[in-house]
Design a protein around this ligand. Structure first.
Ligand SMILES: [Fe+2]
Length: 487
C-alpha cells in the first residue's frame, strides 16, 4: 500500500501529519498567566508509513511523536518530533511499514524480526529530570526535553527486569518516588506483573513480580499513602490467538474483575485480591486514597464493557455508548475486613482522561477534572481518536459538596486531555492547558492551546494560542515547569 487508506483511522482529524517542526513564536490571543512557565509535553501517535494490512488498533499504533508547547515570559513556542524508536528507524530505512497489527508481532514482515516493536506514543512522563515517552508494551524512550532529540530506550541503567513499563505512573508528592508497573512482564500473554519503584533521584530501588488471575489489559493503576492497587478487568490476551494472527485483546463480559492490593512499600507476597463486578472495564483511574477509617477509596472512569470499538469488534460486541453505563465509580475496599468484596458508589458522570493536582496524588482529592460528552449538544461530535469521537465538554468536579462546573464546546470543536499547572500562590487553583481542535471542513481544522483558570472553567480561556499546523489527536500530556526543566 503506497498511500494511507481512506478510512476513519486515517482521515479527518486522524489524517496522518508526519511533520517535524519548530515554531519560535505562536500568536497569543489574551494573556498567558505568570504561573505558566515551562513546557506542555504531549504524546501523539502518527503513522509515518501506510499500513500493509488492516488493523483495528491502528489509531493507537501510530509512531510516537513528542510535541512540546513552551511558555516563557508570556510567549509561546512549539516543537514536534518523531520519537526515534528502533521500529521507526527501521521503517524509515526501509521506506515502508514493516510492522503489522497492533501488538501482534506474528503479523510483522520478516525484516522486522528481532526489532523492538514498541512505539513510545502514549504518555510523556517526567521524573527525576528525565523525560520518558512510554507505551505499555515495551520500555520507554528517553527524550531530551529541550531539543526533543531521542536519547534511546530506557531501562533504569540496565536494572529493570520487566520487559514492559506502563504508560501510567504515580508520583508521591511528598517522597518524590515514582511507582510504576509492567504487565506481560516476561512476554506476550504472560500473567506476570512487575511492580517497581524509583526514588526521587530516579534510581530503581525495588522491583517485585507477581501473578494476576489472567492476562489482562492493565492500562493504569493507583497508589495511596500505604498501598498500591492493581485493577484487573476482563479484557484478555490469549497468546494462541495472537500467534494465529488474531487480535491481542478480546473483552470477556462474563469474567470477574479484580483489584490486587499490595502494601506500597512491602512485599508482593502479601497481595490481597478483592472481587469486582463481572465484565467492567476502566482505562484511567482518577485517584485512590485512604479515608479517616482506613478504608481505601478507589475512583475510576468505569464502564460495563471495554469502550474501544476495535476491542468490542474483536469480541463480537457492539454496545452503543449510551448503553455502556459509564460512570465515575468509587470502589470502597475495607482492608481491615476478611471479605473480598468491594462496594461501589457513583460519584460522577461518564467521562475519561481524569486529572487531579499532582500534590493530591494518593490523598483525598478535593476536586478533579474530566472530559465528557455534552448530552445536549446540537450536532454530532468531531469524529476521531481511539473511541471514535472526540470529547466536547470539560468538567470540574468538587468532592467536598460544591457544585460541578462545565465548559461545553461548539459541535465542531473538541478537547484533548488537559494538564494542570499549579499556581505559585498555594491559595489559588492554578491553570489547565488543553489543545482544542475546531473542524472547519472534512479535512480542515483550526488548532489552539487554551489556557483556562482551573477553578473557573465556565469563564472560558484566558489565553488562546493558535497553532498553524495540523494536529493529530494526542493521547496523554504532562506539564513540566521551568524550574523542573532547569534541574
Ligand atoms: Fe492512558
Amino acid at each position: 500500500m503506497d498511500r494511507f487508506p481512506d478510512t476513519p483511522d486515517y482521515t479527518g482529524i486522524n489524517t496522518p501529519v508526519g511533520e517535524e517542526y519548530d515554531i519560535e513564536s505562536l500568536d497569543v490571543d489574551g494573556e498567558i498567566p505568570g504561573d505558566v512557565e515551562g513546557s506542555f509535553f504531549r504524546a501523539v501517535p502518527d503513522p509515518a508509513f501506510p499500513p500493509y494490512m488492516e488493523d483495528g488498533g491502528a489509531i493507537i499504533s501510530g509512531d510516537g511523536m513528542i510535541s512540546a508547547f513552551r511558555f516563557e515570559g508570556g510567549k509561546a513556542s512549539c516543537g514536534m518530533r518523531f520519537v526515534q524508536t528502533a521500529r521507526h528507524r527501521a521503517e524509515v530505512a526501509a521506506g515502508r511499514a514493516l510492522f503489522g497489527k497492533y501488538r501482534n508481532p506474528y503479523t510483522d514482515k520478516p525484516e522486522a524480526q528481532g526489532i523492538d516493536r514498541t512505539l513510545a506514543n502514549t504518555t510523556p512522563v517526567w521524573h527525576a529530570g528525565r523525560l520518558l515517552l512510554s507505551k505499555e508494551d515495551g520500555h520507554p524512550y528517553r527524550v531530551d526535553p529541550r531539543t526533543l532529540e531521542t536519547l534511546g530506550s530506557y531501562d533504569f541503567g540496565g536494572k529493570l527486569k520487566s520487559e514492559t513499563v506502563s504508560a501510567h505512573v504515580r508520583i508521591d508528592p511528598d517522597t518524590g518516588e515514582m511507582f510504576s508497573f509492567g504487565y506481560e512482564a516476561d512476554g506476550l500473554g504472560s500473567t506476570k506483573v512487575s511492580y517497581f519503584v524509583a526514588d526521587r533521584d530516579g534510581e530503581l530501588k525495588r522491583e517485585q513480580w507477581f501473578d494476576v488471575p489472567y492476562c489482562a489489559l492493565m492500562h493504569d493503576f493507583a497508589v495511596t499513602e500505604h498501598y498500591a492497587l492493581f485493577p484487573v478487568y476482563p479484557t484478555t490476551c490469549d497468546p494462541e490467538r495472537v500467534r494465529a494472527g488474531g487480535d491481542h485483546w478480546v473483552h470477556e463480559p462474563d469474567r470477574e474483575s479484580w483489584v490486587g492490593v499490595v502494601p506500597r512499600d512491602g512485599d508482593v507476597k502479601d497481595i490481597r485480591w478483592f472481587r469486582g463486578p463481572k465484565g467492567v472495564f476502566c482505562f484511567h483511574m482518577m485517584n485512590a486514597f485512604e479515608d479517616a477509617e482506613g478504608r481505601i477509596q478507589f475512583d475510576q472512569c468505569l464502564s460495563d464493557v471495554n469502550p474501544f470499538p476495535f476491542i468490542q469488534h474483536a469480541s463480537g460486541l457492539n454496545v452503543p455508548p449510551e448503553q455502556m453505563n459509564s460512570r465515575l465509580a468509587r470502589w470502597t475496599i475495607d482492608i481491615a475486613s476478611s471479605s473480598d468484596a468491594v462496594t461501589e458508589t457513583v460519584i460522577g458522570p461518564p467521562g475519561d482522561l481524569p486529572v487531579i493536582p499532582a500534590r493530591l496524588q494518593g490523598r483525598a482529592q478535593t476536586h478533579g477534572w474530566l472530559l465528557t460528552m455534552n448530552p445536549e449538544m446540537q450536532g454530532p461530535p468531531v469524529l476521531g481518536g481511539p473511541v471514535g469521537a472526540m470529547f466536547n465538554t470539560l468538567l470540574r468536579l468538587d468532592f467536598t459538596g460544591g457544585p460541578p462546573q462545565a465548559l461545553a464546546l461548539a459541535p465542531n470543536e473538541c478537547f484533548n486531555e488537559p494538564v494542570h499547572v499549579p499556581a505559585a500562590d498555594p491559595a489559588r487553583g492554578g491553570w489547565l492547558l488543553t489543545v482544542v481542535n475546531r473542524q472547519l471542513g472534512p479535512e480542515e481544522f483550526d488548532n489552539f492551546v487554551w489556557v483556562l483558570e482551573a477553578d473557573n472553567i465556565p469563564a472560558g480561556p484566558v489565553a488562546k494560542i493558535a497553532v498553524p499546523r495540523r494536529l493529530r489527536p494526542q493521547v496523554h500530556g504532562w506539564w513540566v515547569s521551568a524550574e523542573q526543566l532547569g534541574t
